[in-house]
Design a protein around this ligand. Structure first.
Ligand SMILES: C[S@@+](CC[C@H](N)C(=O)[O-])C[C@H]1O[C@@H](n2cnc3c(N)ncnc32)[C@H](O)[C@@H]1O
Length: 366
């Protein structure tokens, strides 16, 4: 179990070792990414995904499609949709072609996971090109080595990223199937870990996580930014036709700052919280740490262990803070190590600040 699942790596590794895997994260982005990285897809589903994406890419290239209308801003139901939702302009034809293609699939033809996976691949493609264009900022045309037609290049990138994704899902499947091919998928929970509970029969042998760091990141705010720029537009009628499970996809990007509460609440130790109330941060941090460590203790079987990686911030010694929280919940400290903050001056006089102090902590439930 990973109580701060992030991208879901713990779940992937667990399953490749033949373990049952459970992940919890408050961020809809984390759950979206983890769900698709942990997909135990059938080859029929993966074929359907490849076919859909390749059709949509052809449609984007020829421009021969009409995209279904998106939700219109309305005060009645509180839905304010910004149609282009932060999607870079050169990606909009691809996004619209995908919507047009998906509007023509029936729920019996492909399952909702295929539908969601197509949006996942598009989001990855959009994010990747944005990252690389931030780095390179090519001047003039032709430098990217593409055809010179950006819509068509993006369509090709989308197909390429989908192919790569399908290949990786198959590899993941092959490793998992060396154990029990019928093992259930990882169970993923989009919620605040402090509200999480496992039934007695589901308690786990091990918790493995890199948890939140005090005052260092803003995960929920990052998730909203990624959602807005992801390119996914799932209209109500799409969502009705497909039983979509992902909050990430079913949320309409608001034209204003009014995101639903799932995108705003529950994050522990954010940087924003530190900035807005630095004086009470430390006390709140310890209370939150006590609460999540208590949940971890409750989820473990007797004899089960929790391996936690954590980094310091906001002048808090997170090792002490977690060990204290563990003691309150009856967890015993078995082992640990600390990597001290490294920094110094290089020969050219520049100062480097390589890493924050980080700890590994191993706790056990008696
Ligand atoms: C350091 S990242 C996790 C990385 C992940 N464990 C890994 O090893 O790949 C911390 C995660 O904690 C999540 N998080 C923050 N507050 C949370 C809460 N109250 N409940 C559950 N998850 C939370 C964030 O959304 C973020 O994804």
């Amino acid at each position: 179990m990973d109580p701060f699942m992030g991208g879901g790596t713990t779940l992937i590794v667990g399953q490749t070792k033949g373990r049952r895997a459970i992940g919890v994260d408050v961020s809809p982005l984390s759950c979206f990414v983890s769900t698709h990285r942990n997909w135990r897809a059938s080859s029929a589903s993966l074929d359907a995904l490849s076919a859909l994406v390749s059709d949509a890419a052809d449609m984007a290239k020829t421009g021969e499609f009409s995209a279904p209308p998106v939700a219109v801003p309305s005060d009645d139901d509180g839905v304010v949709s910004s149609e282009d939702s932060g999607v870079p302009k050169p990606w909009r034809p691809m996004r619209d072609a995908l919507r047009a293609r998906l509007a023509n699939v029936s729920a019996s033809e492909v399952d909702a996971r295929v539908f969601e996976a197509a949006w996942f691949c598009l989001s990855v493609a959009v994010q990747r090109t944005q990252k690389s264009s931030n780095k390179r900022r090519p001047k003039g045309k032709g430098k990217s080595g593409g055809s010179g037609n950006i819509v068509s290049d993006n369509a090709d990138k989308f197909v390429k990223i989908t192919d790569e994704y399908v290949k990786r899902v198959l590899e993941f499947q092959a490793v998992c199937n060396q154990h029990d091919p019928a093992a259930p998928e990882a169970s993923i929970h989009n919620m605040d870990i402090r509200q999480f509970k496992l039934k007695d029969e589901d308690k786990v042998d091990a918790v493995l996580t890199s948890c939140v760091y005090p005052g260092v990141y803003d995960y929920q705010s990052f998730a909203r930014k990624v959602r807005a720029g992801s390119g996914a537009v799932v209209t109500r009628s799409d969502a009705e036709a497909q039983p979509l499970s992902s909050t990430f996809l079913t949320t309409t990007v608001p034209g204003d700052r009014h995101w639903p509460k799932e995108w705003l609440e529950g994050e522990i130790g954010s940087r924003k919280a530190l900035r807005s109330d630095p004086y009470s941060f430390k006390e709140t941090w310890q209370r939150d740490t006590d609460a999540w460590v208590a949940v971890v203790a409750d989820c473990l079987k007797s004899g089960g262990r929790a391996a936690i990686m954590v980094g310091d911030g906001a002048n808090i010694n997170t090792r002490t803070s977690i060990i204290e929280a563990g003691a309150k919940s009856g967890l015993i400290e078995l082992a640990g190590c600390t990597m001290k903050h490294v920094g110094g001056t290089l020969s050219d006089g520049s100062i480097y600040n390589q890493a924050r102090t980080e700890h590994l902590i191993l706790l056990q439930k008696p």
